[in-house]
Design a protein. Structure first.
Length: 249
């Protein structure tokens, strides 16, 4: 057990989910201070192998800025797999991105005092070959705050993504933001299966408990999805999934 980024002793396991239902496809136990990119290329390869055993449909991987790495991109390109990776801005400035957006992006004024710029494809070189990878950006220029306060100096926000998908920029951003649903899957594992605090003082034992927990989670997920096919408890609105707490209760 080591110090985590939350300032407490614990672990930092890596999870990979598949489908909108949220089945856990792969899990790897990690010590608390291990950076999220450490060992991730091997984790991605194993996840790809497992995913291809389950389906022959196109795959889309979605990773956050902690995994903005050329190593990951190379693996996806070699396996002809689509991805959306949020870029790590590092030392990039919002003002510089505003200049790029004004030259290459499309602007729309969502509301008074808020302009949003979207767009811009680019090409990067991977292993000596030119591969077209889009660098999608979203830049926001605010001259009026959400509560109506007028700024003396405009405020800027930006977010950028690597992707191989050839769809509109707003679709890319929407697809990425939907990864927040994975946080709900984490929540179900931590709270509803009571795995937020692992019980043993031994790393290997806790790793085994985590894998058993994920196995139970997937069983509950299967039961939940089967329950959606029944009409004994009609829902007020159509749902793609239920929380596993519904089955437990």
């Amino acid at each position: 057990m080591e110090r985590t980024y939350k300032g407490c002793d614990g672990y930092a396991p890596m999870f990979a989910y598949i489908g909108q239902e949220g089945y856990c496809l792969n899990v790897e136990m990690r010590k608390g201070r291990v950076h999220c990119q450490n060992g991730t290329p091997d984790f991605i390869r194993k996840t790809l192998q497992s995913a291809k055993k389950l389906t022959d449909k196109p795959l889309l991987f979605r990773l956050d800025s902690g995994n903005d790495s050329r190593d990951n991109i190379v693996i996806f390109l070699e396996n002809e797999t689509n991805f959306i990776i949020k870029r790590n801005p590092r030392k990039e400035k919002a003002e510089d991105w505003l200049e790029i957006a004004q030259k290459h992006g499309m602007c729309c004024e969502e509301q008074e005092g808020k302009k949003v710029y979207l767009g811009h494809p680019t090409t990067i070189e991977v292993n000596g070959r030119q591969r077209t990878i889009r660098k999608v950006f979203k830049v926001i220029e605010r001259t009026i705050s959400r509560d109506g306060q007028i700024f003396l100096i405009p405020a800027y926000e930006f977010e950028t993504y690597w992707t191989t998908l050839n769809v509109p920029s707003n679709v890319i951003i929407s697809l990425y933001h939907d990864h927040g649903t994975c946080e709900q899957f984490h929540s179900e594992i931590k709270s509803e299966l009571d795995l937020e605090r692992l019980p043993s003082g031994k790393y290997e034992t806790n790793g085994l408990i985590l894998h058993f927990g994920v196995f139970a989670y997937n069983l509950f997920r299967m039961i939940v999805q089967e329950s959606l096919k029944e009409q004994d408890a009609p829902l007020k609105k159509k749902a793609a999934r239920r929380r596993i707490r519904t089955v437990i209760q």
